[in-house]
Write a protein that binds this ligand. Structure first.
Ligand code: PEP
Length: 253
């Protein structure tokens, strides 16, 4: 069984106290995780250390940053390096969330550099890809997302790509309440896996978890996660509500 993941993206929400309470409640209410199941909390940068401390010793529970800078260190005021994350005990980072692409103009080329530096420091990238509404309406979503993979991750070696997580997040479904149907999500995620086969091989494609993101909630998680090429979810809004996120964790295959 491929790794199945329920990943929370808190974005720029919650105070430290609210975040600590939410994380503790989710962990105390959630089921015993199977070996192949993981929970990841992508928390705001100022809370990373506190979050790492709260999950210490909890099996298969990890803390992620929401972004990193592509340089090791230096005069980059306000940025966060992978070495800083490592020194805190952070194990994962989101890379290329559509909000970073849209509001902070992150390009596929920049994201390739972020992927490289994360892997060099043993930080697992959760690489986000996905098409805007216009591309979906034109029916060219497969080519659009495949290009994102080619330009940001397909330069990796077989060994390196086996260490990343992909999150397919159609932009028109993020924070909009509009979810891709399970058929739509399965269809494109199967296509993305076929692209990994094309550039690498079947065995590699079978290792890489591909999450779905875009208005995942308790009510639709089971149906989405039940699809063969959906290995869990990257969850924004619903990850801020204890019972919603606990139900999403319960819905993992
Ligand atoms: C996200 O932040 O990656 C996301 C999918 O948000 P939401 O679940 O709120 O659509």
């Amino acid at each position: 069984m491929r790794i199945q993941i329920a990943a929370a993206n808190w974005k720029m929400n919650l105070t430290l106290q609210q975040g600590e309470q939410l994380l503790n409640e989710v962990l105390s209410k959630s089921k015993q995780l199977k070996d192949y199941e993981q929970i990841i909390f992508a928390v705001p940068a100022p809370y990373l250390q506190a979050a790492v401390n709260l999950v210490k010793g909890k099996k298969n529970v990890f803390i992620a940053a929401q972004n990193i800078y592509q340089k090791k260190s230096g005069a980059y005021t306000g940025e966060i390096s992978v070495e800083m994350l490592q020194s805190l005990g952070v194990t994962h980072t989101i890379i290329g969330h559509s909000e970073r692409r849209e509001y902070f103009h992150e390009t596929n080329e920049t994201l390739a550099k972020k992927i490289d530096i994360a892997l060099e420091h043993n930080i697992t990238p959760i690489f986000c890809c996905g098409e805007p509404l216009g591309i979906r309406e034109a029916g060219t979503q497969n080519a659009f997302v495949a290009k994102q993979l080619v330009e940001s991750i397909f330069h990796l070696s077989k060994n390196e790509i086996s260490k990343i997580v992909i999150a397919y997040e159609p932009i028109w479904a993020i924070g909009t309440g509009k979810t891709a149907t399970s058929e739509q999500a399965q269809e494109i995620q199967k296509y993305l896996r076929s692209q990994i086969v094309k550039h690498y091989d079947e065995k590699t494609a079978d290792i890489v978890p591909i999450l779905y993101g875009g208005s995942v909630k308790a009510a639709n998680a089971k149906e989405l996660f039940g699809q063969p090429d959906i290995d869990g979810g990257l969850v924004g809004g619903a990850s801020l509500i204890t019972d919603e996120f606990v139900s999403i964790i319960d819905a993992l295959k």
